[in-house]
Design a protein around this ligand. Structure first.
Ligand code: URP
Length: 379
C-alpha cells in the first residue's frame, strides 16, 4: 500500500504491462534488444470510442566502430533497424521512432567535416528514407527517422532533421531541429543552423504527431508550439550524455506532457562512441576522443503526468507503449491548462521583449520613492 502511494507520487497514476505475443520475447533475445511494455489508463467516454495506438521507441548503440566505412556502417545500422522494426511489428506497434541521427555516429563533437558530412542525405529520397518506406508499408507502421539531412534543392546545406514516413510507405514530411546546442562537446552549430520548419504536426492514421529534436526539450515554448498546432504525441529523439543532462532527463519531457496535454516519447542513444582524433570544446577539459556515455533511459510520459518505466542505461531497447489518445482531451478538460493559458498576455510580453527598446518590467523601491512621498501621494 505504502509502495503504491510512493509510486503514485514519483511516477503518477499506475500503468500496466501490455500483453505481446510470445515470439516477441524470443526475437528480443535473438536480436539482443530489450523489450519493455507499458500501457496508460484512460476513462471510457460515452460518445467517443477509445483511440488506442501503440508507439515503439527504439534506442541503440552505434553497432560498429566510428571509423567503419560509411556503406558498411549503413548496412550494419539497416540490419539493426530491420530487426527492431520487425520486433515492433510483432508487438503491435503503429508508430515507431528512432533516436536522433540514428543512422550515423554522433560525430558532432569533433567539429571535423570529413567524413561525417558525407552521412547527410535527402529527407525525401535518400537511402534511409527509401529503406524505411518499404518497411513502413510492409508493416503498416508510421516511422519517424531522425537523420542528418542534405537539402539538394537549397545549395546542398545540411540540417538535423526528422523524416516522417506514413504507414502506406509515403514520405509525409519533415521537421528540422529548432534549437542547436552550444554546450559541452555538443558542437553541432559547426554543421547546421537552427531549423526553419516551425512546429509542424503530422496527421497520421494513428493520431497527430510531432517531433521535438533533442536540445529542443529544454525550451518550453518549443513544446508549446507543437501543442498549439494540435499534437497528441510528441517524440523527442535525442543524443545526450550522463554528465551533462541525466538529472534533467526524467523531468523535461514529462513536464511537457503535463503542460501541453499530449503524450511525450523521449528516446536517447546508448553507449560510448570513440572518434579517431582528439578534440577539445573550449571548456578547459583535456583533449579527448569521446562524448562520454549516452545513457539511453528512453521513456513515455502521459498528459496526466504518469510515466512508463525507462529502458536500460546501457542496452539496446524497444519500449512499446499503449496510449489512448482520448486521454489528451480528458486531461485538458480536467485541469483546464489550455483554457487558462493566457496566450495573448504572453504574446504581448514576447513581442515587447524582442524589441530593441525593451525595458524589463521590474518594480524597484527606489523608483517608488522617486515618484511618491512617504504619504504614498504622487509628487
Ligand atoms: N543532441 C543534442 O542536442 N544534445 C544536446 C545535449 C542535451 O540537450 O542534453
Amino acid at each position: 500500500m505504502i509502495m503504491k502511494k510512493i509510486h503514485n507520487i514519483l511516477y503518477g497514476k499506475e500503468t500496466y504491462e501490455i500483453s505481446i505475443p510470445k515470439d516477441v520475447s524470443e526475437l528480443s533475445a535473438i536480436s539482443n534488444i530489450q523489450v519493455v511494455t507499458c500501457g496508460f489508463n484512460s476513462k471510457g467516454e460515452q460518445l467517443r470510442a477509445p483511440r488506442v495506438v501503440r508507439v515503439g521507441l527504439f534506442q541503440h548503440q552505434h553497432p560498429v566502430s566510428t571509423v567503419t566505412p560509411i556503406k558498411e556502417t549503413r548496412d550494419a545500422l539497416f540490419k539493426l533497424a530491420r530487426e527492431a522494426i520487425e520486433l515492433a511489428f510483432k508487438g503491435g506497434v503503429n508508430i515507431f521512432c528512432f533516436q536522433e541521427a540514428w543512422n550515423m555516429p554522433f560525430a558532432f563533437c569533433t567539429r571535423e567535416k570529413s567524413p561525417w558530412c558525407e552521412y547527410a542525405e535527402s529527407a525525401e529520397h535518400g537511402p534511409t528514407t527509401l529503406f524505411l518506406a518499404e518497411l513502413a508499408k510492409r508493416y503498416n507502421m508510421v516511422i519517424i527517422s531522425p537523420i542528418l539531412e542534405r537539402d539538394d534543392l537549397h545549395c546542398e546545406t545540411i540540417w538535423n532533421t526528422a523524416v516522417v514516413i506514413d504507414n502506406h510507405g509515403d514520405y509525409l514530411g519533415k521537421h528540422r531541429k529548432n534549437h542547436i546546442p552550444r554546450v559541452g562537446d555538443f558542437n553541432e552549430s559547426t554543421y547546421y543552423l537552427e531549423g526553419n520548419t516551425g512546429h509542424p504536426v503530422f496527421e497520421t492514421d494513428y493520431g497527430k504527431i510531432a517531433i521535438n529534436i533533442c536540445y529542443g526539450r529544454h525550451h518550453p515554448l518549443n513544446w508549446l508550439g507543437f501543442g498549439i498546432n494540435g499534437a497528441e504525441i510528441v517524440f523527442n529523439p535525442s543524443a545526450t550524455v550522463g554528465k551533462l543532462s541525466e538529472p534533467l532527463w526524467g523531468i523535461e519531457a514529462r513536464n511537457a506532457a503535463i503542460a501541453n496535454g499530449y503524450f511525450t516519447c523521449a528516446i536517447n542513444r546508448v553507449g560510448t562512441e570513440i572518434f579517431p582524433n582528439e578534440f577539445t570544446s573550449g571548456n578547459g577539459k583535456p583533449a579527448h576522443k569521446d562524448f562520454g556515455h549516452f545513457y539511453g533511459s528512453s521513456y513515455v510520459a502521459a498528459p496526466n503526468g504518469s510515466r512508463s518505466p525507462g529502458l536500460s542505461r546501457t542496452k539496446n531497447g524497444l519500449l512499446i507503449a499503449e496510449l489512448d489518445l482520448n486521454l489528451c482531451r480528458q486531461v485538458k478538460d480536467h485541469w483546464g491548462f489550455q483554457m487558462t493559458q493566457r496566450l495573448e498576455m504572453y504574446a504581448d510580453l514576447l513581442r515587447s521583449a524582442i524589441a530593441p527598446e525593451f525595458i524589463p518590467q521590474v518594480i524597484r523601491k527606489r523608483d517608488i520613492k522617486q515618484n511618491k512621498g512617504c504619504s504614498g501621494k504622487t509628487q
